[in-house]
Design a protein around this ligand. Structure first.
Ligand SMILES: Nc1ncnc2c1ncn2[C@@H]1O[C@H](COP(=O)(O)OP(=O)(O)OP(=O)(O)O)[C@@H](O)[C@H]1O
Ligand SMILES: [Mg+2]
Length: 275
């Protein structure tokens, strides 16, 4: 489905509204094949909304989104077959075992029958879940559930892996093993990765480029090094956290908490208006 000159993600002029509230405004973002791009921004910036549109789960309202050259409006199923997605909200089926949860995804994604058992085992092994594979997922810890979701997202060997805060709640060892596994698959077949995270060190270490979002708009897209350089008014050795603070304005620390409350209030108002 891909040729090398195609962009993995080509998103142009994406605007998304919930009722009267504009959550995403005129976002244009390109991700090259094999690249790891981090989408960063404060709570409520619009990251999950963008991510859901890219996965085709949320239809495009305004703008155009192409995944490997295919328009999300017309090629939904083709695109889904080539995407692995770990949503921000936990999504496993607690009554099924870990193995059954991954098998379910393997079948949904049409993993060939002859390969299915081995692929499921490999995905579970990669996330260090083989020992507990035959226990109900409802008995897993939060971090184990997250790793199970990654196993599900990777079982079809996706060309594009979309991860919405994949490492929240994972211990440092589990976090490292997640990224090892992801990088192994990138090296193996050039998988493209788009991730959101609030761990700046993680974004700095893993991402080829970082896109900073605030109030629904893209504020900057560049390599971590160039972004750090661009805010060097902070003096030498600016960190990605300095970059984040720079583009998120004053709404950090105490202010972020207040804005978080405003955000919840405004989305509740929006929800009331919508219903
Ligand atoms: N279904 C919805 N209905 C109404 N408003 C929504 C809905 N989903 C999100 N929003 C609002 O849209 C804005 C962007 O939300 P989104 O979840 O995309 O942000 P985010 O960047 O992923 O935040 P976080 O870092 O907290 O995950 C927020 O103000 C949120 O309240
Ligand atoms: Mg989110």
């Amino acid at each position: 489905m891909t040729t090398n000159d195609l962009l993995a993600v080509d998103c142009r002029g994406l605007t998304h509204r919930y009722g009267q509230f504009t959550a995403v405004e005129e976002v244009s973002l390109q991700v090259r094949q094999g690249e790891t791009l981090g989408l960063l921004g404060p709570n409520g910036a619009g990251k999950t909304t963008v991510v859901r549109v890219l996965t085709t789960l949320t239809p495009v309202q305004h703008g155009e989104v192409r995944i490997f050259g295919l328009d999300t409006r017309h090629h939904t199923m083709d695109i889904r077959h080539n995407i692995g997605y770990v949503p921000q909200q936990l999504s496993i089926e607690p009554a099924l075992t870990g193995r059954q949860n991954v098998e379910l995804f393997a079948r949904l994604y049409d993993v060939p029958r002859v390969e299915l058992r081995e692929r499921v085992t490999l995905a579970l092994e990669g996330m260090h879940l083989l020992d507990v594979a035959d226990e109900p997922a409802g008995t897993y810890s939060g971090g184990m559930v997250r790793r199970l979701e990654l196993a599900q997202a990777l079982v079809n060997r996706p060309l594009l892996l979309i991860l919405d805060e994949p490492t929240v709640g994972l211990d440092p060892i589990a976090r490292d093993s997640v990224w090892e596994q992801v990088q192994r698959m990138q090296a193996e077949f050039g998988m493209t990765v788009l991730l959101t995270t609030h761990y700046m060190a993680e974004a700095d270490a893993l991402c080829d480029r970082v896109a900073l979002m605030h109030h629904g708009r893209l504020q900057a897209v560049d390599t971590p090094a160039a972004l750090k350089e661009s805010v060097s008014g902070h003096g030498d050795g600016a960190t990605l956290e300095d970059v984040f603070r720079h583009y998120a304005g004053s709404e950090l620390g105490e202010d972020t908490r207040r804005s978080g409350i405003r955000e919840v209030r405004s989305s509740r108002r929006t929800a009331r208006r919508v219903s």
